[in-house]
Design a protein around this ligand. Sequence first.
Ligand code: COA
Length: 249
Amino acid sequence: MSAHVRVSTDGGVTTIAIARPGKKNALTGAMYDAMIAALDAAEADDAIGAVIVHGEGGAFTAGNDIADFLATTKDMTNFAGLRFVRRIALFDKPLVAAVDGVAIGVGATMLFHCDLVYATPAAQFRMPFVDLGLVPEAGASLLAPLRVGMARATEMLMLAEPFDAARAEALGVVNAVVPADLLLGVAREKAGRLAAKPRQALAATRRLMRGDRADILARIDAEAREFGARMVSDEARAVFMAFMSRSKK
Ligand code: COA
C-alpha cells in the first residue's frame, strides 16, 4: 500500500486519488501496486460498477518516477509500472478519468484505457518517451494511432508534442473540458450513471467496443521488451540523470 494513493467508495463507484502533489503525482512502485490493489478490489466487488481515477493538488500525474527508472534493470518482469498497465488493460469495469494539470507519460497513455475522460482547461498532455530515450508503453503505440490517426499519433509519440485540453477534446482523447471546481462532480455523475446501468450488458458492450485484448497485451509486452532495453541505454540514463540533478537545484 502507499500513502500516496487514496481509495474510497461511494454509490457503487470506487475513486482512486493519486496523491503525491509535491512530486506532481509521479508514480512509484508502491503507488502502482496500490492502484492495482484498488482495481482488483473494485473488480471483485459486485457492488462496484465504475472506477474514477484522478490526481490531487493540481496534477493528474507526471508519469513514472524518474528516480525509479534509474534504479530499474533491463528485465521488466517485476516492474510495477508494467504490472499496472497490464492490469488496467484487462480491467473489466468502466473507468472514468478526471484530469487536472499534467498528464505525462503513463499519465497520458493510461487514458487510452479509460472509457470517459474529463479535463480542466489547465490539463496538459505529453508522451515524451522518445525524448527520454524510451519507447511508448501501455499499448500506446497501438492505441494512439487507432484513437487519433497515424498523423496525430506521430506528433504525440515521435515529436512528443505537448497538447492542451482543448486539443485533447478536439482529438477525441478527452470527452469534455470542464472547470476545475466541477471536474470531480462531473466524473462522479458520469461514473454513477454507468454504475447504475445493467452490469452485464454494459460489460459486454465495453468488451465489444474495446476489441481483442490479446492484441493489446501482446503490444504492451512488445513495448516492455523494448522499453527495458532502452531504459538501461546510455542515452536514456543521461536524460534521467539530467532531470534528477536539475530537480536538486
Ligand atoms: N519523477 C520524479 N520526480 C518528478 C517527476 C517524475 N516524473 N515529475 C516531477 N517530479 C518532481 C520534480 O523533481 C520536483 O521535485 P523537487 O521539488 O524535489 O525538486 C517536483 O516534482 C516538482 O516538479 P518541477 O519540475 O519543479 O515542477 P514544474 O511545474 O516546473 O514542472 C513537470 C512539472 C511535470 C513538467 C516536470 O517536473 C517534468 O517534466 N517532469 C518529468 C515528466 C516526465 O518526463 N515523466 C516521465 C514520463 S515517462
